[in-house]
Design a protein around this ligand. Structure first.
Ligand code: B12
Length: 217
């Protein structure tokens, strides 16, 4: 990791919101790009913490505090990214949700924002959203895209159930494309379970959405 990010990494690991926000401020003043702060610092730091958590080197309260620090960073950076990048033309509309049993939303929020600033009208349904609710909201807005996020292995059956509901909906006229992502999801899982596409990051998600809509970026 570039050393300019080391103070922010430390603040996230310490779960220190205030220090994290001060450091984000310093980075922005030094002209750092908000998306780079995420992809080059926040994401790798969370991945490291996830590994330490899995090895019992840190515990849930540490992860909770780090998650809160990242939520504070997101609430600072996402509006700035939105302001800088909003594009007028809507390329398609859809819903995005973290599936039942799963409350992780940092990655979903990133994907949602990146799609919004790239011209997709995305409605964020939140976390722990049941398959029937995702279907209902997708039907209500005649969604072109249903984007599903899942970081918990035990939640993958709910993702699969949602895919099946959307596929068999008589109200969605077959034009709805389903995109999936999140830690335990792979391209193989996506192909085997009827999704139209998979990506492992938010930039890839935007690229994928363009492909699925038959658009050039
Ligand atoms: C932060 C964190 C938390 C925070 C979440 C805060 C929040 N607001 O989200 C808190 C502390 C609350 C938390 C709780 C728990 N967590 Co947790 N958590 C993490 C951690 C460290 C980071 C996740 C993260 O935000 N990553 C950064 C983001 C940017 O990455 P991302 O989510 O993967 O998203 C990117 C891509 O996947 C992709 N993407 C994501 N969604 C989508 C959707 C689409 C459509 C597309 C195309 C792409 C896409 O693009 C994103 C941007 O690049 C991970 C470890 C890890 N390496 O993932 C564990 C991890 C996910 N948690 C784990 C566990 C076990 C839990 C708990 C059960 C712990 C407990 N005992 O209570 C609870 C879960 C409760 C629940 N029911 O959901 C396990 C899951 C194991 C599994 N696979 O089943 C992990 C993997 C840790 C581990 N190694 O054991 N957690």
């Amino acid at each position: 990791m570039n050393e300019k990010y080391l103070n922010l990494k430390e603040a996230i690991c310490d779960g220190d919101d205030e220090a994290a926000l001060d450091e984000v401020e310093n980075l922005l003043e030094a002209s750092a790009n908000p998306l780079d702060i995420f992809t080059d610092c926040v994401e790798p730091t969370l991945n490291e913490l996830g590994e330490q958590f899995a090895k019992l080197e840190i515990f849930l309260p540490d992860l909770v505090l780090a998650g809160e620090a990242v939520a504070a960073i997101q609430s600072k950076l996402l509006p700035i990214m939105q302001e800088q990048n909003i594009k007028g033309r809507q390329k398609g509309r859809g819903v995005i949700a973290t599936v039942s049993g799963d409350i992780h939303d940092i990655g979903k929020n990133m994907v949602c924002l990146m799609m919004q600033i790239n011209g997709f009208e995305m409605v964020d349904l939140g976390v722990d959203v049941a398959p029937m609710e995702i279907l209902r909201r997708a039907e209500e807005m005649d969604a072109d895209i249903v984007a599903l996020s899942g970081l918990m292995l035990p939640s993958l059956p709910f993702m699969k159930e949602t895919i099946e509901l959307v596929r068999h909906s008589s109200k969605l006229g077959g034009h709805t494309k389903i995109m999936v992502g999140g830690g335990p999801v792979t391209k193989e899982w996506a192909d085997a379970n009827g999704a139209d596409g998979y990506s492992d990051d938010s930039i890839g998600a935007v690229k994928l959405a363009h492909e699925l809509m038959g658009l050039s970026a």
